[in-house]
Each structure stands twice: as structure tokens, then as C-alpha cells.
Design a protein around this ligand. Structure first.
Ligand code: SAM
Length: 311
């Protein structure tokens, strides 16, 4: 079916709670989405030095995968998204929190939000699903709604890293097999080099404080109108917390393997045995349940999970 707008696409992805979970982290499992949400929330907390007095904005909040875990650490948390179905599920998943607000977006602007309304803003796994014009318009809007002295944490796919390239290589492969009389999917995965992403961020008005790009993703922390003391203090904070913010090499390797498994170029058993050999690492604790949830979803194709009874 042809999808002409971001909104149609993401509403269709979020046509049921299960498909909405699958659209945000691929898993279809509430347990796994909480686990991946805690991981991304920890990176965001560290990147933005979030405290209970901060008003925080998430652009493209989806079902609140990150927001559900992050909002308890904020003064207020606001989630905006193009899809009303995503926002509805986010509202249900975050109904127990009293400091959260939602807005559905109509287009690539944040017209319902005031100038300088937020201390901090972030967007994860969103800019990689839109055209560069929209990415830039949203960055300019983030610059409008974040207060001077505040900061943003944004990420997208990293074209220039070998694992980012490996992920990108699936896109032309899929397109080469598609019906090319149709337009390309509006929400298809799009990629930037670290330099290109930073260019959009800086032209939007921000000053880059960190550009982490040793993984499948480019992750940028950038400040708005920082004075010298604020600038120094942000740099010191980021330096101290870089391991909490940036994806590790092991994370990137496991990410690459999960893509290979999903695209059928690596047997899931091979990835499971690699994970089992890692021992007690936080990356193994994240990717093991993730892989098993994918395997359960694809059991017909991949066969039974070792050690689990069939049927
Ligand atoms: C892969 S999901 C990620 C959701 C969330 N950031 C997370 O990490 O769990 C992408 C989200 O971005 C939203 N989105 C996609 N294109 C958008 C656009 N042009 N404007 C605003 N939101 C958009 C989708 O509706 C979806 O909720």
C-alpha cells in the first residue's frame, strides 16, 4: 500500500500496541521495550545532565519508550509526535506519571510550543526516518523552543562508520527489488555523515559540544547560546560521562549482528552463541532478550529457540 505522508506511515505502523512497539525498537515485547527504553533514557540523562528542575522535550516520542523511563527524572516532560496512534499508546503507557504532556504534530514545526519553553530537548531514532529538509526545519524549531544555556541531544544513522554503511547497504538492496514505478517510502531509513549532521545542527543555531561517531549512529550534544562558563561546564560534564552517552564498540557489533540476523545473512543461533560467550556485560543483557523476542516473532522462519519447547 502506498503511503504518502509521515503521519499515514507511522499511524499504520502503530495500528495496534504490538505493532507500535515493533515500530519503535523492533521487539513486539513490553518487557524488551522497557529494557531498551531504560538504555536510551540513561544515555539521554547523561548527555543532557537532566535534573528534576528541567523542562524536557522529546521530538518523535513514539509510544514513550524513552519518555516513560526519563520523565520521573525531569521537572516536566513533553512528548511530540506526528502520529496520533503513537501518542495514544504513549499516553496509556505513561498514565501513571503526572508531569507529562503530549502534542500531536501536523507538520515539521513545533508551532504549539513557546519560544524558550524547555531547558533540554532530545530526539532518538527519528531524524533517520525523514528527509533532510524536515530534519533541518525541526532542528531550527528546537533552537527556538530551547532556552539560552540549554542543550539538545540528537542522533541519526552514521553513514561513514563501517557498521552504519553495512546498515545503509540494505537500503539500495531493498530498493533494487522494489516496484520502482512507486515513490520511495517517505519514512525509509536515511543516513548522514558526522560532519553533515553537525552542519545541520550548527546552521540551526546550536554549538556542538560533542559529536560521537564511533558506532552505527552519530550522536550530537549541542548547546544554545552558551556563555564561557556554561560552555566549559558542559564540556567537563560530557567528558566525564562519555562512556554513558556514546554507544560502545560492543553495542555497535551486536547491533550489526542483529541487522544481519534480521536481513537473513546471519543465523540467529550464531548471534545467540556470541552473546552467550560475552558473560555478564550490560550489552549482552540488552541484546539477549532482544534477539529472543525477534526469534519468537520469526520462529516459523528461524526454527525453534534452542532450549525452548516447541509449540
Ligand atoms: C522509530 S520511532 C522512535 C520513537 C522514539 N523516539 C523511540 O526511540 O522509541 C520514530 C518515531 O518518530 C515519529 N516521527 C516520524 N517522522 C516524524 C515527523 N516527520 N515528525 C514527527 N515525528 C515523526 C514516528 O511517529 C515515531 O513515533
Amino acid at each position: 500500500m502506498e503511503t504518502t505522508t509521515y503521519r499515514d506511515f507511522w499511524n499504520r505502523q502503530a495500528s495496534s500496541p504490538e505493532s507500535a512497539i515493533s515500530a519503535v525498537d523492533g521487539s513486539q515485547s513490553e518487557d524488551v521495550v522497557r529494557h531498551t527504553g531504560r538504555w536510551s533514557a540513561a544515555q539521554t540523562l547523561a548527555a543532557l545532565n537532566i535534573s528534576r528542575s528541567d523542562d524536557v522535550l522529546e521530538l518523535g516520542c513514539g509510544i514513550g519508550r524513552i519518555g516513560r523511563e526519563l520523565a520521573p527524572h525531569c521537572g516536566s516532560w513533553t512528548g511530540v509526535d506526528i502520529s496520533e496512534n503513537m501518542i495514544r499508546y504513549a499516553g496509556e503507557r505513561m498514565a501513571h506519571l503526572d508531569n507529562v504532556h503530549f502534542h500531536q504534530l501536523e507538520r515539521s514545526d513545533l508551532a504549539m510550543l513557546d519560544d524558550n519553553q524547555f531547558d533540554k530537548a532530545y530526539s532518538i531514532a527519528v531524524f533517520c526516518h525523514m528527509d533532510k529538509e524536515d530534519l533541518y526545519l525541526y532542528l531550527r524549531e528546537l533552537d527556538r523552543v530551547v532556552r539560552p544555556g540549554g542543550a539538545i541531544f540528537v542522533e541519526t544513522w552514521n553513514l561513514a562508520h563501517p557498521i552504519g554503511w553495512r546498515r545503509w547497504a540494505f537500503e539500495p538492496l531493498v530498493w533494487s527489488r522494489a516496484d520502482q514505478s512507486q515513490r520511495k517510502d517517505v519514512a525509509r531509513n536515511q543516513f548522514c555523515t558526522a560532519e553533515e549532521f553537525e552542519l545541520y545542527v550548527s546552521h540551526a543555531g546550536f554549538e556542538t559540544l560533542a559529536n560521537f561517531n564511533e558506532s552505527q549512529s552519530v550522536q550530537i550534544v549541542a548547546g544554545k547560546e552558551l556563555d564561557a562558563a556554561q560552555h566549559a561546564s558542559w564540556l567537563a560534564h560530557i567528558e566525564k560521562n562519555r562512556d554513558e552517552i556514546a554507544y560502545s564498540a560492543l553495542y555497535a557489533e551486536l547491533f550489526a549482528q542483529s541487522v544481519d540476523v534480521l536481513f537473513g545473512t546471519m543465523p540467529p543461533a550464531e548471534m545467540l552463541s556470541y552473546i552467550d560467550g560475552l558473560g555478564d556485560t550490560s550489552e549482552a543483557a540488552l541484546f539477549r532478550p532482544y534477539l529472543l523476542s525477534l526469534w519468537e516473532k520469526n520462529a516459523e522462519l528461524w526454527g525453534p529457540i534452542p532450549g525452548q519447547k516447541e509449540g
